[in-house]
Structure formats: C-alpha cells, structure tokens
Design a protein around this ligand. Structure first.
Ligand code: AGP
Length: 606
C-alpha cells in the first residue's frame, strides 16, 4: 500500500504536503514525490528513498502553489526508482495512486496504439494517460477522470491535477481515502494520521466516490456523475495513536488488515471466469518433467512453506521438501537440475534464505521467490517472483505476511496444477471461489476479537504453553507458538499431536495450558484422542476449531470457533485467533509488542 495526500486552499501547499506525507511513511517508503500547481504550470519532484530525501530537495526550492499532491510509495508493479515514483503524468494531467490496476496491461496496449508514450513500469501510469485521452476527445476535466475510472478494474485511491484547471479531483475504490475539512481549505489523505494535526473534521469517501475541490469549495459525486452526500465526522486522536490508524500497535493493525491484504493478493491473479490463475511476469520453465519442489525459508515463512507442502502434495502429488534455510544451505542438499526451488520471505532480505536460494541455483534448480517487498534481494535474484500484496509489515511479529503467503501458495498450487495437466478449469474455478470467500471469513473472526482479548486475560499468567496440531494444522500450531513466545516471552512449544505420547505428555499439568488446533478435518478424530490424554492428566485444552459441533467442543476447557473453508486454506482462519491471543497476552503483560527484545524485522545477517 502507498500513502497519498493532497491540498487545496489558501496557503502554500508544499510544506503542508511534505509534513502530511512524512506521517504516512509507515504505509510505504521506497520512493516519494510531489506535484504543485503554481501559476499555471505543475512542478513535479520525485526521489527514490524516504520522504526525507524529497524534503531536502523541495525545502530549498521554495516551490509555490496552493494546490498540490504528494505520494510515498510501496512498490507493487515496477521496482523502487525515481522513474517509477509517483506522481505520474500524461501531458498536463498528473496523478498519485494507491492501489492496483488489475487491467493495466490491456489499457496500456490500447493507449500505446493511440500514441501515448509511457515512461515507467507501473500500473498507475495508465491512469493519467486514460484521463488525458478523454480530455483530448473534448471531455471536461471532471468527466475525463470519471470516465477513465469507469474503465479501471482493481483498487484505487487517487488524486488528480490538470494544468489548465485550478481543480483537484480525488476518487476512491477499495483503497482508503479520506477528506479533511479545514477552514477554507481541504485535505485528502490515505489515512487520518497524515492530517490529524490540521483538522478533526473528516469525510470518509466510499467506493466510487469522487471529490472535486475548486476555489476552496468541495463537491461530492459518484463515477456516474450523480451528487452524493457524506457525513462529516469528528475524530480526536492523539497523534501517536494516529500513525497506527487508531490501533494500539502496528501488529494489531496488521492483524486487522488481513482481509484487505488477502483480497489485494488475489487481485489480477484469481480468474474465476476462465478457471485460471495468472501471475504477471512469471514464466516457469516447462513443468512436464518437474520431479521435486523445494520450499525453504526461516521462521514464520518456514511455517508457511510447511503448509504449502500439504497443498501441493495433496493436490498435485509432486514431492515437496521443506527446510529452514539455515539448515538447507549446510547439509549438501540433493538438489537436481530441473527442481523448482521456492524461497519464501516477507522482507526478501533474510540472509539465510538468500544463501539457500543461491545454493539451490548453483545446483541447477530454477528459483521462484514469494516476497512482500519489491526490489528486495530475493525478488531481484530469483528467476521468478510472486509478491504478496500485504503492504508494509511494520510489527516484528509477522501476521498478514503469513496469511498472504498461504494465499499465494494456494494460487501457485492451482497455477502449477494447470500447467502439469492435473487440474482442469473447473477444479480451479471451484477453488478460486473458495479463496475469494476467505477475506470475508477472516473478517468474521476479527469481528469477534473481543472474546479472544477476554480469553487472553485468563491465560496471561501461565509461563509455559503447549501447541498441538496434526497434518496441515501442525505448522499452524508451530506458528501459534512462535507468535506467543516472540512477543510475550512466555515459553511456548509446538508438537505434532501424535507425538504427545513420545515425550511431551510428561509436561502436562495444571500449569501447562494446551492450545489445540483441530478443525473438523481428516485428522480431527485422532487429535481428539490427544486432547482426552491432556484432560485426563488435569491439563486444560483451548480448542481452535472450525465450528462448535466439534466432538471435543463440550469437553474442551475453552473453544474458539472459526468459519470453515477447504483443508488447504483452513490455517488462515485458524491462525487469526492465535495471532490475537498472542497479541493480547503480550499487551496485557505490557510488552513492547511491535519491537520485542532481541528481535529484528529482517534478519539480514547469518
Ligand atoms: C516471525 O514473526 C518472525 N518475525 C521471524 O520468524 C520471520 O518470519 C523470519 O525472520 C523470516 O523473515 P522473512 O519472512 O522476512 O524472511
């Protein structure tokens, strides 16, 4: 996700915009830019790097203009660079954008044929060209924007300027955009933090709304040109809270961003109508002879690999070997030419994972990375890369990266299944329909977050936890234990449920709560036996299941029920309560949830 801001009023816009932009850097920070409409001309400055780099340039230039836009980027298409930084322009039309234009390739081809010349690799750049195209056909500024938006597919929050017009147009669809109302001045921003210091009066635009600011007045319409009315709301946040969007910590904000992050990760890729999955820019080698897939990563990303293994082996019957990167690279792995090596990493900079991928490549494997950061080392060095569109993950404890990694792996399983001829279009169509329902199901779990917060109060005093799961639920249990231990410093270990009788059961007593991840799937009955073993030894069981009809629901000490989905995607739903449980226990204990001791967000050293 990116951050956009805009201003129309009686003051000089430059410093107002730079200040607002710097408050949005948590939304993305690989490049930044500003456009100011002075006396007729629009002046644009763009810089790779953080907002501070831009500030250095503009503060000395004393740029004039009382209408302007600014943008800080989190790259989704086109690596971080000045040429890919926003604002983007076409003739006298200038645009900043947060979102993903799903159909940008077809629009770009059509506009090129009409003579438009593109300067960047971004999806965004089609927007100013499309608007300019309508303007060249005689449409007025507002109509040109409106008609262009009606052709876009995907998500957008945009600000648009046109040199001949002393007007700022804003529009929103699926990406957030708010209007701040000052005294004779207006602001637009991706999020409240950007302008909380300028006003406490806001209009929250809704999908397909447009806002037109001219002569220090505002008009609201929709993309069909009809006037709309939106409530003006008062928001009083302390600035410190504002940067986290009103959440106490980035981690909690990112847990709640998961429905949007998963939806964004599906955008442009899940093609239900055709029964296909498309990954832009991915060209896997001929998979007919594919004999083995490797999935290698560290920490949370390794747990996602273990889930990916279940997906691929269950559906495609292609052997998948997973490993932690720090082990893989030193065990003289038996990698054969033609193997597919998948490196998974939120940051794309984990030293062990980078080294593991280089080792695999040196042994003849083709490489594919699943990353969340464009321009990162793993994204650049792999033969192919598929991005999780989770947006910046600031909290050290990984949450939305994990669930979007699982979503990507599910899509990749379908993509490979089609190319090796094991899955037909109908198979893919049915599974895509299921993953489309996952964001809504995640939201339904988040809507009940308060009961998990209450449960956390009952568990915060324990000093040891055991997490159990079978099959695809074992990596989920591992991830639940990691979440708890890394932010609360409580000892938590996870085991395959069937391993209990081989040692861990000796740990069971009243002081060792057991969190059991056991949806009603093919392993459920066996795991019920393990839960009985715990209860028989005065242990307590917190059951995370997919409905309350679970045969252990009545016997478990506590049950957290989540909606049901297909086996391969259930870990996404099971994980959300475990993330919330870890978060609330740590928060109740007063821990530094976003920056836990001894940890870093990206382990760039061995
Ligand atoms: C997860 O909560 C941790 N922050 C850590 O295990 C992390 O997943 C691991 O360091 C891998 O990071 P990456 O995904 O950026 O490669």
């Amino acid at each position: 996700m990116c951050g956009i801001v805009g201003y129309e009023g009686g003051r000089q816009a430059c410093e107002i915009l730079i200040d607002a932009l710097s408050r949005l850097e948590y939304r993305g920070y690989d490049s930044a830019g500003i456009a100011l409409l002075g006396e007729g001309a629009i002046h644009i400055e763009r810089r790779k790097g953080k907002v501070e780099e831009l500030r250095k340039i503009v503060s000395g230039a004393a740029l004039k203009g009382s209408i302007g836009l600014a943008h800080t980027r989190w790259a989704t298409h086109g690596v971080p660079s000045e040429r890919n930084a926003h604002p983007h322009r076409a003739g006298d039309v200038v645009v900043v954008h947060n979102g993903i234009v799903e159909n940008y390739l077809e629009l770009k081809e059509r506009l090129k044929k009409a003579g438009h010349v593109f300067m960047s690799d971004t999806d965004t750049e089609v927007i100013p060209h499309l608007i300019a195209d309508y303007a060249q056909k005689g449409r007025d500024f507002t109509d040109s924007v409106r008609l262009a938006l009606k052709e876009l597919k995907g998500s957008w929050a945009i600000g648009v300027l046109k040199e001949s017009e002393r007007t700022l147009v804003a529009a929103k669809n699926q990406s957030p955009l708010i209007v701040g109302i000052g005294d004779g001045e207006y602001f637009i921003a991706s999020d409240i933090p950007a302008i909380i210091n300028r006003t406490d009066r806001f209009v929250f635009l809704e999908d397909n709304d447009m806002a037109i600011f001219k002569g220090r007045s505002m008009r609201l319409i929709n993309v069909d040109g009809e006037d709309v009315v939106r409530e003006v709301r008062q928001v009083r946040w302390a600035t410190a809270m504002a940067e986290k969007g009103g959440y106490r910590h980035f981690m909690l904000k990112e847990i709640f961003e998961q429905p949007r992050a998963i939806s964004d990760t599906l955008l442009g890729r899940a093609r239900e109508e055709e029964g296909e999955v498309e990954f832009e820019g991915v060209e896997l080698p001929d998979l007919a002879g594919l004999r083995k897939i490797w999935m290698v990563a560290c920490g949370t990303s390794h747990h996602a690999c273990m889930i990916g293994k279940h997906m691929i082996e269950t559906n495609l019957r292609i052997p998948v070997e997973t490993d932690v990167a720090s082990e893989f690279r030193y065990r003289d792995p038996i990698v054969s030419p033609g193997d597919l090596f998948i490196a998974v990493s939120q940051s794309g900079e984990t030293a062990d994972t980078i080294a593991a991928m280089r080792e695999a490549r040196s042994r003849g494997a083709s490489t594919l990375s699943i990353c969340n950061v464009l321009g990162s080392t793993l994204a650049r060095e792999a033969d192919n890369v598929v991005f999780t569109h989770a947006g910046p993950e600031i909290g050290v404890a990984s949450t939305k990266a994990f669930t979007t990694q699982i979503a990507v792996m599910f899509l990749l399983m379908l993509y490979i299944g089609r190319r090796v001829g094991i899955l037909d279009c109908q198979d893919v169509r049915e599974r895509l329909q299921e993953i489309r329902s996952v964001p809504r199901k995640v939201q339904s779990v988040l809507d009940r977050a308060r009961c998990i917060q209450t449960a956390a109060g009952r568990y915060m005093s324990f000093r040891n936890f055991l997490f159990l799961g079978r099959g695809i639920n074992f990596p989920t249990a591992l991830e639940g234990a990691l979440k708890l231990k890394e932010i609360s410093y409580i000892h938590a270990e996870a085991h395959a449920a069937g391993e209990m009788k081989h040692g861990p059961i000796a740990l069971i007593d009243e002081g060792m709560p057991v969190v059991c991840v056991s949806p009603s799937d093919r392993t459920c009955k066996k795991t019920c036996g393990n839960m009985e073993e715990v209860l028989a030894r005065k242990g307590s069981v917190l059951l995370v299941s997919d409905d309350e009809a679970h045969e252990m629901a009545a016997r478990a000490t506590e049950v957290i029920a989540v909606p049901r989905t297909v086996y391969e995607l259930q870990p996404i739903l099971s994980m959300v309560p475990l993330q919330l449980l870890a978060y609330h226990i740590a928060d109740l204990l007063g821990m530094d949830v976003d920056q836990p001791r001894n940890l870093a967000k990206s382990v760039t050293v061995e």
